[in-house]
Design a protein. Structure first.
Ligand code: PEP
Ligand code: MN
Length: 335
């Protein structure tokens, strides 16, 4: 349920109402807009008399939120959420972020070189997988803790915040200095993992599952937020359809749809969505035009010899071109 308070409501009135609602065993989420204050009520709201609440002088309107996702709901928090990354980068609410780097961290030299080059090309955040969720157990599984160390070295050298995927909550201590924790598509509904990252205050990039609806994606984000972590970023990375020409099918309509459904920032990953390096540029541009808050692209200094996802990886110079085109498109799209 949400209660919208009038601009004339005083702080004293607001606090009084909030403590009464809390005394009814409800969780109250306050979203302060420029004029109106929105109170999001979570719990057994059946006990609240809507007419009574609406009759209070300070209350503008009361609505039941029928969707099962509450805290991620745009109705609960009408303004865009802005997530701060590593104290220097922001995403959401008009702040656009380019994330780039290898699918997997392979060696010190590899990640250091890619980090320098994507940074020079205008990337804001460095990506790199250390724990890799591979379809085959015989494929390269990532450098694990050593991979995180190498990413941290690259962060130190370039000053770029870093993002890496977690697969097991026991690994959380390794991610202390990682700026964004990625939950991969395959773990989108690993609810225990979602709850554990929800107990941290780190930005979490939650990727949409291979065959999950937007509602399911939002319910997974709700798991993270319900534990107290409000720094959630959503990522559309292609879904599985009957089409086999591309690795997945990029559901770009997810961007404007999610914009209506939620206040959380939305990132597009055209690399995993298409699986083909030459399709990354057009889809990255389309993503920028659709209003995405960020784009995440796989970049490798030697794609042919990459240990993972070389076919969809751009070289640093290809990325530089994509980055400048994406920024141009964004300027046009914002007009
Ligand atoms: C990745 O980002 O490297 C990755 C494994 O992505 P996804 O979970 O979307 O497949
Ligand atoms: Mn990959």
């Amino acid at each position: 349920m949400i209660a919208v308070l009038k601009p004339s409501a005083t702080d004293e009135q607001k606090n009084h109402l909030i403590s009464w609602l809390k005394s009814q065993s409800l969780d109250v989420h306050v979203s302060q807009g420029e004029n109106y204050t929105v109170l999001g009520l979570i719990g057994d709201t059946g006990i609240i008399d809507v007419d009574l609440l609406e009759s209070l002088e300070m209350v503008e309107s009361v609505k039941r939120v029928s969707e099962p996702f509450k805290q991620v709901n745009r109705k609960f928090h009408p303004e865009d959420t802005v997530v701060e990354i590593g104290g220097k980068v922001k995403i959401g609410g008009g702040n656009f972020v380019l994330i780039a780097g290898p699918c997997s961290v392979e060696s010190r030299g590899q990640v250091a070189q890619i980090a320098r080059e994507v940074s020079a090309a205008g990337a804001d955040v460095l990506r790199g997988g250390a724990f890799k969720p591979r379809t085959s157990p015989y494929d390269f599984q990532g450098l694990k803790a050593d991979g995180i160390e190498l990413l941290l070295e690259a962060k130190k050298e370039t000053g770029m915040p870093i993002i890496s995927e977690i697969m097991n909550a026991n690994h959380l201590p390794l991610f202390d200095d990682v700026d964004i924790i990625q939950i991969g598509a395959r773990n989108m509904q690993n609810f225990e993992l979602l709850k554990e990252v929800g107990k941290t205050d780190k930005p979490i990039l939650l990727k949409r599952g291979l065959a999950n609806t937007l509602k399911e994606l939002l319910m997974s984000a709700e798991y993270i937020m319900s534990e107290g972590n409000r720094n959630v970023i959503l990522c559309e990375r292609g879904i599985r359809t009957f089409e086999t020409a591309t690795r997945n099918t990029l559901d770009l309509s997810a961007v404007p749809m999610l914009r209506e459904m939620t206040h959380l920032p939305v990132v597009i990953d055209p690399s995993h969505a298409t699986g083909i390096a030459r399709l990354v540029e057009p889809m990255a541009m389309a993503a920028a035009a659709s209003g995405a808050d960020g784009i995440m692209v796989e970049v490798h200094n030697d794609p042919i010899h990459a240990l993972c996802d070389g076919a969809q990886s751009l070289t640093p110079s290809q990325f530089e071109k994509v980055a400048s085109k994406v920024r141009l498109i964004r300027e046009v799209a914002l007009q």
